[in-house]
Ligand binder design. Structure first.
Ligand code: HSE
Length: 355
C-alpha cells in the first residue's frame, strides 16, 4: 500500500492544524485517495517537542532533513514571508518534491520563478490556502469556472480589515481598538500594515488575476488604498446614504485591458457583499456563462486554512496515485499562454466617487 509522505516546514497555527487534520481525518482521506498520508517530518526552529499523538513524526531544526529524505513526496511550507520561504520552496522543488504553500506574498512576488522551477522539475505547486483561507476560490478559478471568461472579481479578501470596518460600523469602536482586537484574535499579519493598507489584499488579487485572466501583474500596478483613513464619520455618512464601507478588491475586464484596484468601497446595503461581516471573506465572481458566483467563508485561521492545505495534498496525492502530474496547469493557463500586462491606470478608471 502506498503512503504519501509529507514534510512540514513550520509548526505554527496552520501547521499544527494541518498535522491535526492529517491525524484525525487519516482514515477518511485514505478512503478518498487510496493512499495513506504520513506526516514524516516537521521542521521548526522554535518547537521543543511535538504533541504526543505525533510520536511517529520526526521533529528537527534542519530543513535539509526534509529535502534529503528520499521518501518524502510533498513538502508543505507554512512559515510565511519571502525569505527563507522562497529558498526552501526552490530547494524542495529541486529535490523533486511537490510543494504546497499558503504564502501569498511569496507567490505574488516570486511566483514566476517558483512555477517555472516546478515545471522544470516536473512537480506540482499547491497554493489554495494563499487566497481566501478555507474558501476554495483557487480551485473555482482554475477548474470549476474554466468554461468562463471571468468578467469581474469582487472580493473581501482580508479578514482583519473587514473585522475592523465591521466593528467600527456596528459597535462604534475606534479604528485602533478594533485593530487591537483583531490582532488578539490572531488573524492579523505579523505586520498589520499589510492588512490595513491593502497589501495583503493586493497579494491575493494578483494571484487571482493570473488565474482568472492568464495575466501576470506587478503588485505596484494594482491601485491600492487602505482603510487607515476611513473615519467613523465616513461610515456614518455612507450608512445615511444606504451604503456600507468594505475594503474591496475589484478586477474588471474592459475589452483587452484589466482594471484592478483595492480601496474602501461603498456597497449598497442590498448587495450580497454588504452582508459579509467580521473576519469573513467573500468572492463575487462573474463568469460569462455561469453568471454570478458567490463564495463565502473563513479567510484565515487554523482549521480553515489547514482545510485548504489538505485539499492541495489530496489533489497531489490523487495525481501521484494516478501516475500523472500537473493535469491542471499550475496557474490555470498553459505556461506559454501567460502574459505580462500593465493594468488600466487608475486615472483612466471611470466610477463614482465619494469625497
Ligand atoms: N491577515 C490575513 C487576513 C490572514 O486578515 O485575512 C489571511 O491571509
Amino acid at each position: 500500500m502506498k503512503d504519501i509522505r509529507v514534510g512540514l516546514i513550520g509548526f505554527g497555527t496552520v501547521g499544527s492544524g494541518l498535522a491535526q487534520t492529517l491525524f484525525e481525518q487519516n482514515e477518511r482521506l485514505f478512503r478518498k485517495v487510496g493512499a495513506r498520508f504520513v506526516l514524516s517530518r516537521v521542521v521548526d526552529i522554535n518547537l521543543p517537542k511535538l504533541p504526543d499523538q505525533f510520536a511517529g513524526t520526526t521533529l528537527s531544526r534542519d530543513v535539509n532533513d526534509i529535502f534529503n529524505d528520499p521518501d518524502i513526496d510533498i513538502v508543505v511550507e507554512l512559515i510565511g514571508g519571502l525569505e527563507p520561504a522562497r529558498t526552501f520552496l526552490l530547494e524542495a522543488i529541486s529535490h523533486k518534491k511537490h510543494v504546497v504553500t499558503a504564502n501569498k506574498a511569496l507567490l505574488s512576488i516570486h511566483g514566476k520563478e517558483i512555477f517555472e522551477a516546478a515545471v522544470k522539475n516536473n512537480v506540482e505547486v499547491g497554493f489554495e490556502a494563499s487566497v481566501g483561507g478555507g474558501i476554495p476560490v483557487i480551485k473555482a478559478l482554475k477548474e470549476g469556472l474554466v468554461a468562463n471568461r471571468i468578467l469581474s472579481i469582487m472580493g473581501i479578501m482580508n479578514g482583519t480589515a473587514n473585522y475592523i470596518l465591521t466593528k467600527m460600523t456596528d459597535e462604534d469602536l475606534p479604528f485602533e481598538e478594533a485593530l487591537r482586537t483583531a490582532q488578539e484574535l490572531g488573524f492579523a499579519e505579523a505586520d498589520p500594515t499589510y492588512d490595513i493598507e491593502g497589501i495583503d489584499t493586493a497579494h491575493k488579487l494578483a494571484i487571482s488575476l493570473s488565474l482568472a485572466y492568464g495575466k501576470r501583474v506587478r503588485l505596484e500596478d494594482i491601485y491600492r488604498e487602505g482603510i487607515a483613513k476611513t473615519s467613523p464619520l465616513d461610515i456614518e455618512f455612507a450608512g445615511d446614504l444606504g451604503y456600507t464601507i468594505k475594503l474591496l478588491a475589484i478586477a474588471i475586464r474592459r475589452g483587452g485591458l484589466i482594471e484592478a484596484r483595492i480601496h474602501p468601497t461603498m456597497i449598497p446595503f442590498d448587495h450580497i457583499l454588504a452582508s459579509v461581516n467580521g473576519n469573513f471573506n467573500a468572492f463575487h465572481l462573474m463568469g460569462d456563462n455561469s453568471g454570478s458566483v458567490f463564495l463565502y467563508g473563513q479567510g484565515a485561521g487554523m482549521m480553515p486554512t489547514a482545510s485548504a492545505v489538505v485539499g492541495d495534498l489530496v489533489d497531489i496525492a490523487r495525481d501521484i496515485m494516478a501516475g500523472t502530474w500537473r493535469r491542471v496547469p499550475l496557474r490555470s493557463y498553459k505556461k506559454d499562454q501567460i502574459e505580462d500586462i500593465h493594468l488600466l491606470p487608475m486615472d483612466d478608471v471611470v466610477t463614482n466617487y465619494y469625497f
